[in-house]
Design a protein around this ligand. Structure first.
Ligand code: AMP
Ligand code: GLY
Length: 426
């Protein structure tokens, strides 16, 4: 089978790494890919949002299966165009990807289906939003309706912060069209988890759950990022909790989307808050988490390509996956300055010697310069992933490899997995 993976991050590197190991895969391409992905797939210089370019390449090469990594091409309708051409793919159509594309849609949908999530209101006028926020008081959460590169959410601890967030989105246009509408919702307290399920339009198959670290600095301090590290499995997601999430959140979503004529195919990523009242949905994403995907792919024993095809073919109900009975933990190494502005082109040395038998190093934002040196070209650059019998040993393996990487231009958090490691010590 000829397979194309769309995207260029650490998530796509881990998908390529796993798909390349499938006996079903004869030839693997990645568009646009990165310097690390080039070891597992043939990288082609077409952007993930260049739908015309992708379609032309897919037709020219007679690609038989397309795996879409990031949300943007899904929301733009890449899968719809492939469907129209009869080309099989993994990912939701635009009508289903709206679960991530519009937070207002997602909240209205949950309300209709009785899916547990924070109480909310939608606004398209700043004054009405401000009046509501003053009446509710803080803490309160302000969310841009559309895609805002992970920056559209403000968890406001006082009213002024909430009012400023409303102005930034609606008056100053900080997120462009994505912030023209807002969702204002109640603050939820609890432990977060990233829950993943493969969906085929009719049924859903839960994957391992993970935990992500969104804040940039140790101790979960500083501004939010796309994710500074993740580990799986998440101890908070016991078997009973997974069952509750499937029954109260995932299955009603799959059934509701089908009933609305928007059958959901692909991976459904539920951001959960585990509260005293049970699991509540924070948000939906219509793709794998990054860096959560990297730990899932490290732990998966089954053939990922077969699973993705089963989701596309609508035969997931007769399907099962096997996981290593271990933990994996991925540390994100980012360019100094991230998530603010950072220098591009800093050299990364000694990466070849950094790995070990219990690590996999995925590339997120790397390239080769004109002298074939490995350089950083993004905010998040490397995902150093360790595994072992528990989170503590996975963490030790990952940081040992981090310490062997010679990259003065980068940094990482030193406490990825702290919650699980503290639990293991008890
Ligand atoms: P999102 O982009 O919707 O995942 O939001 C980013 C982060 O904001 C989440 O990972 C949570 O930490 C936090 N957050 C979002 N909504 C709420 C809420 N209603 N209550 C508390 N924290 C929230
Ligand atoms: N790691 C968070 C995300 O992928 O959105």
């Amino acid at each position: 089978m000829k397979v194309l993976v769309v995207g260029s991050g650490g998530r796509e590197h881990s998908l390529c790494w796993a798909i390349a190991a499938s006996p079903l895969c004869d030839q693997l391409y990645c568009a646009p890919g990165n310097a690390g992905i080039a070891a597992d797939a043939e990288c082609v210089d077409i952007g993930a949002e260049d739908l015309d370019g992708l379609i032309k390449f897919i037709q020219d090469k007679e690609i038989e299966f397309v795996v879409v990594g990031p949300e943007a091409p899904l929301i733009l309708g890449l899968v719809d165009r492939l469907d129209a051409l009869g080309i099989k793919s993994f990912g939701p159509t635009a009508a289903a990807a709206i679960l991530e594309g519009s937070k207002g849609f997602m909240k209205d949908f949950c309300a209709k289906q009785g899916i547990p999530t924070a109480s909310y209101r939608r606004f398209s006028e700043p004054e009405a939003a401000k009046t509501w926020v003053r009446k509710q008081g803080a803490p309160i959460v302000i969310k841009a309706d559309g895609l805002a590169a992970g920056k559209g959410v403000t968890v406001a601890t006082d009213i002024n912060e909430a009012l400023s967030a409303i102005d930034a989105a609606m008056v100053d246009g900080q997120f462009g069209d994505a912030g023209a509408e807002l969702v204002v919702e109640a603050f939820m307290q609890g432990e977060e988890a990233s829950f993943f399920a493969l969906c085929d339009g009719e049924s859903a198959l839960p994957l391992l759950s993970a935990q992500d670290h969104k804040a940039v600095f140790d101790g979960d301090k500083g501004p939010n990022t796309g994710g500074m590290g993740a580990y799986a499995p998440a101890p908070v997601m016991t078997e009973a909790m997974t069952e509750t999430v499937m029954e109260t959140i995932i299955n009603p979503t799959v059934a509701g989307m089908k009933a609305e004529g928007r059958p959901y195919k692909g991976v459904l990523y539920a951001g959960l808050m585990i509260t005293d009242e049970g699991p509540q949905l924070i948000e939906y994403n219509v793709r794998f988490g990054d860096p959560e995907c990297q730990v899932l792919m490290t732990l998966l024993m089954s053939d990922i390509l077969v699973a993705l095809i089963a989701a596309a073919d609508g035969v997931l109900d007769s399907f099962d996956l096997r996981w290593r009975d271990e933990a994996a933990l991925s540390v994100v190494m980012a360019s100094n300055g991230y998530p603010g502005s950072y220098e591009k082109g800093t050299e990364i040395r000694s990466l070849e010697q950094a790995g070990s038998d219990n690590t996999v190093i995925f590339h997120a934002g790397t390239a080769r310069d004109s002298e074939d040196r490995l350089v950083a070209i993004g905010g998040r650059v490397l995902n150093v992933t360790g595994f072992g019998p528990d989170v503590q040993s996975a963490q030790t393996a990952a940081y040992a490899a981090v310490d062997r990487i010679d990259w003065p231009g980068g940094f990482c958090r030193r406490d990825i997995g702290w919650r699980a490691v503290a639990r293991e010590k008890h």
